[in-house]
Write a protein that binds this ligand. Structure first.
Ligand code: C2E
Ligand code: CA
Ligand code: CA
Ligand code: CA
Length: 279
């Protein structure tokens, strides 16, 4: 089956599973998502635990596509990765997120760091260093305010090219963050070999920290280890005050989660941040 022009779904093969069809349909629609203005950046606050102040945001992508029932990133990011579309989409996210943060700091919001999720494909198939350099230069965002979130998946094939890319990114002055820490393999050796500034504790550990002693022990160990490598430790998925209290007692640096706010569209984020500052 071959794609014919236009955006009509024209793949078809006898016996093709509906899951495959959905994937191809999604890929086909995703190809036009930027042109059609269907992608939106959402922003989730990141809070400094000791001072309770707003320090930054994590950018989370949303796709408004009624035909596909507004799929979430867990559905469309894998399709974007497999098809290679993530390279263009990732570039769009970088550029627009940097511009947004600069426009907020001009309008009087505090200086925020911006954390952006980067897929392994953007390292291996795109020119991530050039994309980051361009996004910084075009927006005027100071490099130190940009944090790139990377998962262990990228590091599994530990190649000289990837290490070199990391070094170039560090040279630009951006921060590197190891996302979903604890969910992959051989995590410990990566901490030593790669220049991460930040460690993000996966929300599966945070989730039962208030009911399960083993999770507390693990979280404790992750925080201590992060600090011994001079990294900032962020806990994600904090939903209640009990979890927050435990993380604070264990000297976790930052937290984010529904306890403060879900990811919000730009305008709503500004209202949230304004109200939060007045609290
Ligand atoms: P992630 O980077 O681990 O992002 C955290 C996810 O947890 C987000 O899901 C966020 O909405 C959700 N979350 C935040 N606080 C809480 C909480 O208190 N409780 C619960 N239950 N969930 C919480 P989301 O937005 O659906 O994103 C899913 C994943 O999609 C992200 O996981 C990330 O891997 C990927 N993703 C999102 N945006 C982008 C992007 O721009 N580029 C790339 N490459 N990946 C992205
Ligand atoms: Ca993330
Ligand atoms: Ca994460
Ligand atoms: Ca994740």
């Amino acid at each position: 089956a071959k794609e014919k022009g236009g955006d009509r779904f024209s793949f078809y093969e006898e016996g093709m599973s509906s899951e495959t069809e959905l994937r191809l349909e999604m890929e086909n629609q995703l190809r036009h998502a930027i042109d059609r203005n269907e992608l939106n950046l959402y922003f989730q606050p990141v809070i400094h635990l000791q001072s309770n102040t707003l320090r930054g945001v994590e950018v989370l992508l949303r796709w408004q596509n009624a035909n596909l029932n507004n799929p979430g990133p867990d559905q469309f990011i894998p399709v974007a990765e497999q098809s290679g579309l993530i390279v263009g989409i990732g570039k769009w996210v970088l550029e627009n997120a940097c511009k947004q943060i600069v426009s907020w700091s001009k309008s009087g919001l505090p200086q925020l760091t911006v954390a952006i999720n980067i897929s392994a494909k953007q390292f291996t198939d795109g020119d991530i260093v050039e994309n980051v350099r361009y996004a910084l230069q075009q927006s005027g965002l100071p490099a130190a305010q940009l944090e790139l979130e990377i998962t262990e998946g990228l590091l599994i094939n530990d190649t000289p090219e990837i290490r070199d890319t990391f070094a170039q990114l560090k040279n630009l002055g951006v921060h590197l963050s190891l996302d979903d820490f604890g969910t992959g393999y051989a995590s410990l050796s990566y901490l030593k070999r790669y220049p991460f500034d930040t460690l993000k504790i996966d929300r599966s550990f945070v989730h039962d920290i208030d009911s399960c002693n083993d999770s507390v022990t693990l979280t404790n160990a992750i925080i201590a280890m992060g600090h011994s490598f001079n990294m900032t430790v962020i806990a994600e998925g904090v939903e209640n005050l009990n979890q927050r209290r435990i993380l604070r007692e264990r000297h976790c640096d930052m937290i984010q989660g529904f306890l403060y706010s879900p990811p919000l569209p730009a305008e709503q984020f500004v209202s949230w941040a304004t109200r939060y500052a007045e609290m």
